[in-house]
Design a protein around this ligand. Structure first.
Ligand code: SF4
Ligand code: SF4
Length: 122
């Protein structure tokens, strides 16, 4: 992958919010399921993270994407701009999570399974 400045790398993100959806992993199979529940720090108005500089401290599962690890994140949404770039597989899907999600502050942990989604545009 070619090299990017920090600014160039950040600009690739299209702020769809899909990577900020809460995911459930099947411990037996390793399969990852997306839910329509979004991280408590995601602001749907601005479609951005409210704790961006501290995100990895506050949410340990929140990974910082970089050119070095983008190839290992098979659980990223199919339509993530970084994934498409890495897989050289651009799609026309530019949808976001806006208006389609609920904050994790409003959902109990044992209810998460009820929120599993099967969006075709994920
Ligand atoms: S901490 Fe920020 S970037 Fe990480 S999942 Fe939550 S909203 Fe998204
Ligand atoms: S899924 Fe990819 S393009 Fe969408 S907000 Fe996350 S990093 Fe950006």
């Amino acid at each position: 992958m070619k090299s990017y400045t920090k600014e160039e790398w950040e600009k690739i993100c299209r702020h769809c919010g899909k990577c900020c959806l809460i995911k459930l992993e099947d411990e037996d199979t390793g399969d990852v399921y997306y839910t329509d529940v979004v991280c408590r720090y995601f602001d749907e108005e601005t479609m951005s993270c409210t704790v961006y500089d501290k995100r990895c401290e506050l949410v340990p599962t929140c990974l910082k994407l970089s050119p070095e690890n983008v190839d290992k994140l098979s659980w990223m949404p199919q339509t993530c701009a970084y994934r498409e770039l890495f897989e050289k597989n651009p799609s026309a899907i530019k949808t976001t999570i806006k208006g389609r999600v609920i904050s994790e502050t409003e959902v109990k942990v044992d209810e998460l399974e009820d929120h599993i989604i099967d969006w075709e545009d994920l």
